[in-house]
Design a binder for this molecule. Structure first.
Ligand SMILES: [Zn+2]
Length: 193
């Protein structure tokens, strides 16, 4: 068994031993809240936003972008499970700022091994062959954090399956301080605001 697998199973054993009343939690988020954020390992939404099990939906992907699949989850979140207030939270020092579609496609075309982040951006250090299948993926990279938050809030706001009654907040999480920083003009109460 790998070390990581052993560690995960040991931690889970302890967690389940103290599970207690969590077996009584309802499926709909108790605080009617959903957070779309980045998968970055430094971000723990339960801790930085004070969430307990059963409180909220947390939807995560690379960058915390409003991809079609993130919107699919958000629509299910309100339509079937009653969330009413959503947060889009990107963050400082996001890995999505360090490449473009073009860079990612070239890296994948040359090698499927992990690239290295150098002073000149991500560079391949592994062996080929790679694959050109990366040409068909929109990687949703980030050139400007505030703009990406505004773009994603706007994309969700304008989506035909998202009702005006949902409040959407746009924030940037600062990985150097743990603070949530509001993004100006990314706050919408409803479609008329
Ligand atoms: Zn990130």
């Amino acid at each position: 068994m790998s070390n990581v697998l052993q560690e995960v199973l040991a931690a889970n054993h302890q967690y389940a031993a103290d599970f207690g009343d969590k077996k009584k939690l309802a499926m709909p988020p108790a605080r009617h809240l959903a957070i779309l954020t980045c998968m970055d390992a430094r971000l723990d939404p339960a801790k930085f936003a004070g969430l307990a099990e059963g409180d909220a939906h947390v939807i995560r992907n690379a960058g915390g972008r409003a991809s079609d699949d993130a919107i699919r989850s958000l629509v299910i979140s309100y339509k079937l499970l009653g969330t009413r207030e959503w947060f889009v939270i990107h963050h400082t020092n996001c890995g999505m700022e360090f490449f473009t579609n073009d860079v990612m496609r070239k890296l994948l075309a040359s090698s499927l091994e992990t690239a290295a982040l150098t002073a000149h951006g991500f560079q391949d250090i592994g062996k080929g062959p790679g694959s050109r299948a990366g040409e068909y993926v929109e990687w949703l990279t980030i050139a400007n954090q505030e703009q990406s938050v505004r773009d994603d809030v706007e994309r969700i706001r304008q989506h035909p399956l998202v009702p005006a009654s949902i409040t959407i907040h746009g924030y940037i999480y600062d990985v150097a301080s743990g603070n949530l920083l509001e993004v100006a003009h990314a706050q919408t109460e409803d479609k008329a605001a």
